[in-house]
Design a binder for this molecule. Structure first.
Ligand SMILES: Cc1cc2nc3c(=O)[nH]c(=O)nc-3n(C[C@H](O)[C@H](O)[C@H](O)COP(=O)(O)OP(=O)(O)OC[C@H]3O[C@@H](n4cnc5c(N)ncnc54)[C@H](O)[C@@H]3O)c2cc1C
Length: 436
């Protein structure tokens, strides 16, 4: 009987446990998880902050789902992996043996390191406890400063604005999310944020958080400007939690290195989800996808291989539907502008692949709430951003994922002011008909 041990209780961990139990009914499955709330939707925290979603809707599992896993849960922090002995030691010194181990401990928010970062009222958004802390601070605050230029910072800004705080958003670059969005798209989001009364400070560098009696009272920027506030929230990137793996001698680069079977360099140890930098045979690169869907899929494939099957993880085209300044936005494949911003920083709900600057011609149409950008290579579309009307996003996902030959419409797509949506819709209708 195999003894499976899974570190973490996030989506990668659950994906693994489900597939293990699917193929091995008798093995022992144990989890070590430090989050007191267990398994919940982390992307859903943004909607919890705005008040649109009640906490209980964030939990995907019902009691019968846990029962079906027939697993044992240890609440605690895994501290050391003793690879020779096949044991994981918790921070309270409890020792748990394993035959096969999965490291699925995710990533954590990069901490602010300016003076004043420890003051009361300085918050980040990593997990449920953070979200609760933010809501409790917001009750007593009137003005908030939010630091960061990606999705999480925007979610914080909008969550706090929805709680009736006056919000200042500090962005280091000259425009919003500049290494993924192009100028037109950044402008659309910035305009909508202004309409929501969120004040954006571009090219601003926070140098100090000011405090009074241990609490946040304002901030100071590199140019000397000061902004008074009683709360500061930040989302400045994430880092895979790999210190325990490194200490155990597991090979790491930007994340724990895993092959396409999600195996690390050490026997019987696998890694999946935000913590893993996974080899992609198609591109020959090892990539970190900080996205919910890939984490679940990687967990599932790791679980299969832990249970003795032989399954390779084939990286799907990154696909994310998110909401930016209230605008539904789908990002598919490689879309990066790559002109500015820090290409090394990973953000929540982000894929490294988005930042790739594809060898493609940009075709763009629409403005304001209905906007579409396609990255058109010689025979295929390699990336797309769809803002507003989402009728074509699923079609585009298939066209990009299946590398559908678009030679017949390429000239039309790249013509100036081409009606991209119409061309794509007509093309998709033909493709779809030929497949059915
Ligand atoms: C606010 C927010 C918004 C997001 N938005 C999106 C989005 O729009 N789209 C999208 O695709 N993705 C989004 N994401 C990212 C997505 O949630 C992650 O990619 C996904 O949760 C990664 O899953 P995981 O299982 O690898 O790690 P996690 O979900 O981080 O789970 C890791 C678990 O391990 C536990 N753990 C860590 N260290 C230890 C230890 N030493 N011992 C025991 N347990 C430990 C943690 O407590 C946690 O429960 C968002 C994330 C956040 C926080």
């Amino acid at each position: 009987m195999t003894n499976y041990l899974i570190l973490g209780t996030g989506v990668a961990a659950m994906g693994a446990a489900e597939t293990i139990r699917g193929v091995d009914k008798s093995g022992t499955i144990s989890f070590i998880g430090e989050d007191p709330h267990g398994y919940y939707s982390r992307p859903g925290l943004a909607y919890y902050l705005t008040g649109e979603v009640d906490e209980k809707l964030l939990y995907p599992y019902r009691p019968q789902d846990y029962k079906a896993l027939n697993a044992h849960f240890y609440h605690g922090t895994a501290a050391h992996i003793l690879t020779q002995e096949h044991i994981v030691e918790l921070s309270d010194s409890k020792r748990i043996p394993y035959d096969r181990l999965l490291i699925a401990v995710g990533s954590s928010a990069i901490r602010l390191s300016v003076p004043g970062a420890n003051l009361e009222g300085v918050v980040k958004l990593d997990h449920m406890e953070d979200a609760k802390r933010i809501l409790s601070s917001a009750k007593r605050a009137r003005t908030a400063v939010v630091v960061g230029g990606g999705i999480t910072a925007l979610e914080l800004a909008e969550g706090l604005a929805a709680r009736k705080l006056k919000v200042h958003l500090l962005i280091r670059t000259a425009r919003y999310w500049s290494n993924v969005l192009d100028e037109v798209e950044s402008e659309i989001i910035e305009k909508r944020l202004k309409d929501e009364k969120i004040t954006i400070h571009f090219e601003s560098e926070l140098v100090e958080i000011l405090g009074k009696r241990g609490k946040v009272s304002g901030i100071r920027l590199a140019d000397g400007q000061q902004v008074a506030c009683d709360m500061l929230a930040y989302g400045i990137g994430i880092q895979p939690r790999m210190s325990m793996a490194k200490e155990a001698g597991i090979a790491c680069e930007r994340g724990i290195l895993a092959d396409e079977h999600l195996r690390t360099n050490l026997p019987d140890i696998f890694a999946a989800g935000d913590v893993a930098q996974v080899y992609d045979p198609a591109s020959g690169r090892s990539v970190i996808d900080s996205l919910w869907g890939p984490a679940r899929e990687q967990g599932a494939v790791a679980g299969m291989n832990m249970a003795g099957k032989n399954m390779a993880y084939l990286k799907a085209v990154p696909f994310n539907v998110t909401r930016l300044a209230g605008l539904t936005t789908t990002i598919i494949g490689a879309v990066g502008s790559g002109h500015d911003g820090d290409p090394v920083t990973i953000a929540r709900g982000d894929s490294e692949t988005w930042r790739d600057v594809p060898d493609a011609i940009i075709a763009q149409s629409g403005f304001d709430i209905n906007h579409m950008r396609l990255m058109v290579a010689s025979k295929t579309i390699v990336g797309a951003i769809v803002m507003g009307d989402q009728k074509l996003s699923s079609a585009l996902q298939t066209i990009i994922r299946d590398r559908v030959d678009i030679t017949s419409i390429r000239e039309q797509l790249i013509a100036p002011n081409a009606p991209l949506a119409d061309i794509t819709a007509q093309f998709w209708a033909k493709v779809h008909a030929s497949r059915n």
